[in-house]
Design a protein around this ligand. Structure first.
Ligand code: ZN
Ligand code: ZN
Length: 332
């Protein structure tokens, strides 16, 4: 990435100009950086960044209810609000979708232009660095656990991957009253998960005698878990995370690896009536619920390190080298 001067975006009548205060860094930014999300999605030159918190710098003539100086975060998905999916409350699946930081310029910049619909205000006493990670790292975990996983009190829930998203999935599953098992390769990530309420830690390392599956079976007395929240979504983890499900259990796929399909044991699927669901970000309504939960102190956004905006390359490097836990955030 290169630091360059660009024009301040000009807003239309129904848009707001947000002065970016903080922008979270996602694994997807690394995929974009490596060219794994090619045109027509990401076209160069590109400004990445889809976890934006900032203040309103200007509002368009037709915008109502948003004032200059207000603090807010940006709902990433700019949907059409007219298709079958939008009409049925699934705007995250809109085929006409344009996303901030993907098809549209993102938050690794001082200013970003968005439709007023995408602006979600929050209590300005909260931290911009923490609020920045809500649109993806917290809201995606929220939809996966509560809406798609339908997690209920007393259930056993396995979270695979305790990184930027996983650490919030842990908190949300606890909030739902579940017993939470967390699997990760990194001891530091597991310890952090413990701090945020994880009941059982499952180290994933080839050097360990006991496989994650044996661990999970022991903890659940041979039954398996009610739901798996798969935040890694790789062959290596799916091999044991899918069979760790209880009969009738659900696997929610949040993380993904482009071009690396996973073979399915159809006989096991048949006998166990396992469900597999993909999870894609959240709706705006769900993001608003997440803001309220954070305002009430029920969910704590976990930002482990901040980098000045000018050091975005360094921040991406730190994420790729897995030297940090929790979410990384660029500050302005
Ligand atoms: Zn993301
Ligand atoms: Zn639509």
């Amino acid at each position: 990435m290169e630091l360059v001067d660009v024009e301040t975006p000009q807003i239309n009548d129904d848009e707001v100009l947000v002065q970016v205060k903080s922008c979270g860094i996602c694994q997807t930014d690394l995929k974009i950086f490596k060219g794994e999300i090619p045109p027509p999605i990401v076209v160069l030159p590109h400004i990445p960044g889809h976890e934006i918190a900032g203040i309103v710098k200007a509002v368009g003539k037709k915008v109502q209810g948003i004032a200059v100086g207000e603090a807010g975060i940006v709902y990433i998905y700019i949907a059409c609000h007219a298709c079958d999916w939008c009409m049925s409350g699934r705007e995250n699946l809109c085929p006409n979708l344009r996303r901030v930081g993907f098809e549209l310029p993102g938050g690794y910049a001082q200013y970003v232009r968005i439709p007023s619909y995408a602006f979600c205000p929050f209590d300005p006493r909260l931290s911009f660095n923490e609020m920045a990670v809500l649109p993806d790292a917290v809201a995606t975990a929220y939809r996966a656990v509560t809406v798609l996983g339908n997690v209920r009190p007393g259930q056993n829930i396995l979270i695979v991957g305790a990184g930027g998203l996983g650490i919030h999935a842990v908190q949300i599953a606890k909030l739902c009253g579940a017993r939470v098992l967390v699997a990760d390769r990194k001891d530091k990530a597991l310890q952090l998960a413990r701090e945020f309420g994880a009941d059982f830690l499952i180290p994933v390392d080839k050097g360990i005698d006991k496989s994650p599956l044996d661990h999970i079976r022991e903890i659940t007395k041979g039954k398996g878990v009610d739901a798996v929240i798969e935040i890694v979504g790789a062959k290596e983890t799916l091999t044991w995370s899918l069979p760790s499900l209880k009969k009738g259990g659900k696997l929610i796929i949040v993380g993904y690896n482009p071009g690396q399909p996973f073979p399915l044991d159809t006989m096991a699927m048949h006998y166990n009536e396992w469900e597999i669901k993909g999870a894609r970000l959240s709706t705006k309504a769900e993001l608003l619920q997440v803001i309220r939960l954070v305002e009430q102190g029920k969910i704590k956004p976990v930002v482990s390190k901040t980098f000045p905006f000018e050091k975005a390359n360094e921040a991406l490097k730190a994420l790729s080298e897995e030297t940090t836990t929790g979410r990384l955030v660029l500050t302005f």
